[in-house]
Write a protein that binds this ligand. Structure first.
Ligand code: NDP
Length: 485
């Protein structure tokens, strides 16, 4: 396997301008398994310059159909390379193989979905009366900058680079400092499939430096950001300098799940959902169902069923068979999540499962036991703040109105979920939840064909679905006086 990764700028693999390289750590072993070149301000400038040049080069001559076919060919290449990409991904991120390969598949699906859109974008004509022709052109934005997080790096890369390229833009991608080499491996597939130089640049490096210079560059005409609220605010301030359009900003969540099934016989679904909220990506998901509001008569039965299933989850390295969840992505994040677990105990929540480092994983690796806190209330920080780990909170409620009020009582508004077999309750609650995304009796449909994004501190814009690709275009109105009168 390759153990040395470089920046991808202007169609060329190269070292950073100051030659700096940093180790890439496997979070399951805490050992370095590769090194990656670290970009500088000069590299960021070169990437933007090459992206701007590429707009009027060969890329500008590609028809929308050709761009679409290209994205489909990269999707096929991703599928052909699933095993290699997933293995690298597991090593860099810690995800168990089934979760790593599922995200590789998601990456391919985003490119297929947006590849299909490339030749379906249209402008329009507007009737202003006799002697006049008015038409509206739909054009690409130009150079777009994509600042990506570490939790779903392949998925998030393709959900923004896919529509950007489909619409004819060029891209500069700044991956997270925690996860960059799997992104570079993905970029290599774009290169092998024949992307013209400069259309896609990927530069790992320090976010505070590269992120700032990229988002403040007046040549950049679109910013796509996923990450924390604090950095999101900084990015918005940078964008304000040149009034750069922010295509989308996805800033996380603290999703509520409302359990209002008929009786105990229907608890399997929600209990399985709660287990999944801790196991999938070790809870490092913006859409994680982190707050569980359970009708009071179902509350203890829910906890009784949940506890043994959570204790049965197997944390461990991706190399071990049968692992349900991997380590957290970094030492910094591990310490952060462990602090929240300590805080939960201090705040007086009842610990139902987990509560620290799991048994049987040894001394190394950023493993956290799936943790359930019961008897919580909305005043607790563990209920209000995004923990972003395998930790959930459970709260009893007396009515659906109370559950909705508590669910909405949070500064985030990304995802939410309701479990009920009563159709009226389901649709009524869906209409009342102050979020961008509701699921009923399960948690699929997070992207591709459907819009995904939040309200309040969860951000702005939508990823996935037709609106997402329109956001990567701008409108130009053209008016013509017909005749010479
Ligand atoms: P950040 O918001 O710090 O990082 C997200 C991206 O922004 C990274 O690529 C980062 O680069 C970059 N960045 C950092 N500073 C700037 C800047 N000044 N201008 C532009 N870009 C910048 O998130 P963290 O990775 O530190 O995670 C912290 C918390 O954020 C998590 O614990 C979680 O709560 C939340 N989060 C939410 C995500 C979501 O899906 N909505 C995803 C990831 C995190 P670099 O990595 O090099 O610093």
């Amino acid at each position: 396997m390759n153990t040395s990764y470089q920046l991808f700028i202007d169609g060329v693999w190269r070292e950073g301008s100051d030659g700096k390289r940093v180790p890439v750590i496997n979070p399951a072993t805490e050992e370095a398994f590769a090194e990656v070149s670290w970009g500088t301000v000069d590299d960021a400038n070169l990437a933007v310059e090459s992206s701007q040049k590429a707009l009027s080069g060969q890329w500008g001559t590609w028809s929308p159909t050709r761009r679409g076919r290209f994205l489909l060919s990269v999707a096929a290449a991703i599928r052909r390379n699933t095993a290699e990409l997933s293995a690298l991904f597991s090593k860099e991120h810690g995800k168990p193989p089934h979760q790593a390969s599922s995200e590789v598949e998601d990456a391919a699906r985003y490119l297929e979905y947006f590849g299909g859109w490339a030749n379906k974008l249209t402008g329009m004509t507007i009737d202003l009366g006799q002697g006049q022709l008015d038409y509206v052109l739909r054009e690409p934005l130009g150079v777009t900058v994509h600042i990506a997080p570490w939790n779903y790096p392949l998925d998030i890369f393709c959900r923004s680079v896919g529509p950007a390229l489909a619409a004819g833009n060029t891209c500069v991608v700044k991956p997270s400092r925690e996860i960059s080499v799997v992104t570079l491996a993905l970029a290599r597939l774009f290169q092998e499939e024949g992307i013209p130089a400069g259309v896609l640049n990927v530069i790992p490096g320090p976010g505070t430096v590269l992120g700032k210079v990229l988002t403040e560059d007046p040549r950049v005409r679109g910013i796509i950001f996923t990450g924390s609220v604090a950095t999101g605010r900084t990015v918005l301030q940078s964008a304000a300098l040149n009034i750069t359009p922010v295509v989308s900003m996805e800033l996380g969540g603290k999703a509520p799940s409302l359990v209002f099934v008929k009786d105990e016989s229907e608890l399997d679904g929600p209990v399985g959902g709660a287990v999944g909220a801790m196991a999938w990506n070790a809870g490092q998901s913006c859409g994680q169902r982190a707050r569980w509001y359970v009708r009071r008569d179902l509350y203890e039965p829910f906890l009784e069923r949940l506890a043994p299933r959570v204790r049965n989850l197997k944390p461990g390295p991706a190399t071990q068979p049968g692992v349900d969840l991997g380590p957290l992505v970094s030492k910094k994040h591990y310490d952060n999540v462990m602090n929240y677990i300590r805080l939960g105990i201090e705040e007086g929540a009842r610990l139902i499962a987990g509560g620290g480092r799991p048994e049987g994983v040894g001394e190394k690796g950023y493993f956290v036991a799936p943790t359930v806190f019961a008897d919580c209330h909305n005043g607790m920080r563990i209920v209000r703040e995004e923990i972003f780990g395998p930790v959930i909170t459970v709260i009893p409620v007396d009515s659906i109105d109370e559950a909705v009020a508590l669910a909405n009582d949070n500064s985030f508004g990304l995802s939410s979920e309701i479990w009920t077999s009563d159709l009226t309750t389901a649709h009524l609650v869906a209409s009342k939840l102050d979020v961008g995304h509701v699921t009923i009796n399960g948690s699929a449909a997070f992207g591709f064909e459907v819009p995904f994004g939040g309200v309040k501190l969860s951000g702005l814009g939508r990823e996935g679905g037709p609106e997402a690709i329109l956001a990567y275009t701008r409108l130009k109105n053209v008016w013509v006086k017909l005749g010479h009168g």
